[in-house]
Design a protein around this ligand. Structure first.
Ligand code: SAJ
Length: 428
């Protein structure tokens, strides 16, 4: 197997051709391996085989076309096509259920598919973000289904992805990778495999360590953002601008406070802290509390809005509110777990009308002017660059009342004639 990997004659199956699976399959194919991508969505399979990607990512169309035209990559929905491969790489989603426990059914069904298809001596890699101890459990599941002994009859590794959408192909090559094996031989084999395109550092460890590392990275950000958000609450009580205070605190060489705002969205940060503590018997509660603080931020923005409406004597139920931005972060069209949507939900039953405008998101108002005409209040919920240079004097003329609430530190100096409030802007 070692030899086949070195000579790139090893055959690879990638299970799940989404945001991570498709770019990974493309990278291995263009490194010279024969790759079969397995995906249950038949329309996606057809698209990929015709050389067209179903996801938006810089360079993906050229790289995919190259992989398809060289004959190294082929997508399929037929499990028979992935029988007897040397390497299986699982890239399926691991979302949360309503009750915030992990839903591992996609992963388990991918592992079952692999168990049916694999031969003795195969290497199974899980790239999905998973709760601690899951790789070992999945190795046991394979043993149950096949009778093969983990570490002796097959190899298994957790190789968490660490890329950022918009920079996937650069980061796949240059980021460092953590490879957690159920045995040291498993991790060593995986290192040989990933070296075919990774130029960053590769660290080998145990699978439970790599699982924890991936989850710690995003939990670190989530907890630190929660701390910044708590500072923002305090700034309201003390009547100061939290951003000025943070900037001054960050002039200390060993302090780096994050950015407070309307909340934390996306597909990773709101989920990964739950995965990290889920299998534990006990924890200190800090990680859960940070999640609660961040999930509660849209309600702080609601309080600011209602306070501002009180100052102009407009009952909320008469107010027309325009929300600018629905994406979870600036300059993105991604609305997954967006705090902007949570904010809309939090006010929709209490006000006369909510309008949304996001230049990147379909289904929102066609134009900013249209969204603001006759509105009483504007709430900025996403830090899109275009929102930083709006002409509030002109826009204000379209509005019935002029209330401006900034959830994302987009407005530095409140425009003339507006009642202004913002997260962490305790001075107003
Ligand atoms: N946010 C704040 N304050 C901050 C930083 C972020 O409120 O100081 C908010 C953002 O507005 C957004 C949310 O947090 O709503 C998450 O944004 P993000 O840019 O931190 O994270 P993601 O989910 O877009 O991507 C992260 C990336 N991690 C880092 O930047 C460290 C990415 O590299 C990871 O691969 C990805 O999570 C992942 O897959 O885990």
């Amino acid at each position: 197997m070692r030899d086949r990997i070195e000579k790139r004659t090893a055959e690879i199956a990638v299970i799940g051709l989404g945001y991570i699976g498709l770019p990974t399959a493309i990278m291995f194919a263009n490194a010279g391996f024969k790759v079969t991508g397995y995906e249950i969505r038949k329309d996606v399979v057809e698209r990929i085989n015709s050389g067209k990607a179903h996801i938006v990512e810089p360079d993906i169309d050229d790289l995919l076309r190259k992989a398809i035209e060289s004959g190294k990559l082929r997508a399929t929905s037929n499990p028979a096509d992935i029988r007897g491969k040397d390497v299986y790489i699982i890239c399926v989603q691991t979302p949360l259920r309503e009750d915030r426990t992990p839903n591992l059914t996609y992963l388990e069904s991918a592992v079952e598919t692999v168990a049916k298809a694999m031969k003795p001596g195969s290497l199974i890699v899980i790239e999905s973000t998973i709760p601690p101890l899951t790789t070992v459990r999945m190795a046991e599941l394979v043993e149950e289904l096949t009778g093969l002994k983990p570490g002796r009859d097959f190899y298994m590794v957790h190789a968490p992805e660490r890329v950022m959408p918009g920079r996937i192909f650069r980061e796949l090559v240059y980021n460092s990778r953590i490879l957690g094996g159920i045995t040291s031989e498993s991790a060593e084999l995986a290192e040989r495999l990933y070296r075919s395109f990774v130029k960053g550092q590769i660290f080998r460890t145990k699978s439970t360590v790599s699982e924890v590392v991936k989850l710690m990275e995003n939990t670190f950000r989530d907890v630190n953002i929660a701390l910044a958000n708590e500072f923002a609450y305090l700034a309201h009580q003390y009547g100061i601008n939290v951003f000025e205070a943070i900037e001054l605190a960050n002039s200390h060489p060993r302090v780096k406070i994050h950015v407070p705002g309307i909340g934390v969205g996306g597909h990773c940060l709101p989920k990964d802290p739950h995965l990290l503590v889920w299998p534990a018997k006990d924890d200190f509660g800090l990680i859960r509390l940070a999640r609660e603080i961040n999930d509660g931020m849209p309600l702080l923005v609601k309080d600011l809005l209602f306070e501002a409406l009180r100052t102009i004597n407009l009952p909320p139920e008469k107010a027309v509110v325009a929300v600018l931005g629905l994406a979870y972060k600036g300059d993105s069209d991604d609305t997954r777990n967006s705090p902007a949507s949570a904010f809309v939900e939090a006010i929709v039953d209490d006000v006369a009308e909510v309008r949304t405008y996001d230049p990147f998101v379909e289904g929102t108002h066609g134009s900013l002017e249209e969204a603001l005409r006759g509105a009483d209040a504007v709430v900025i919920a996403t830090d899109h660059t275009v929102f930083r240079s709006l002409d509030w004097e002109t826009l204000g003329k379209l509005m019935r009342n002029r209330v401006l609430i900034d959830g994302r530190r987009v407005v530095e100096v409140p425009p003339e004639g507006f009642v202004f409030k913002g997260v962490g802007r305790g001075e107003y």
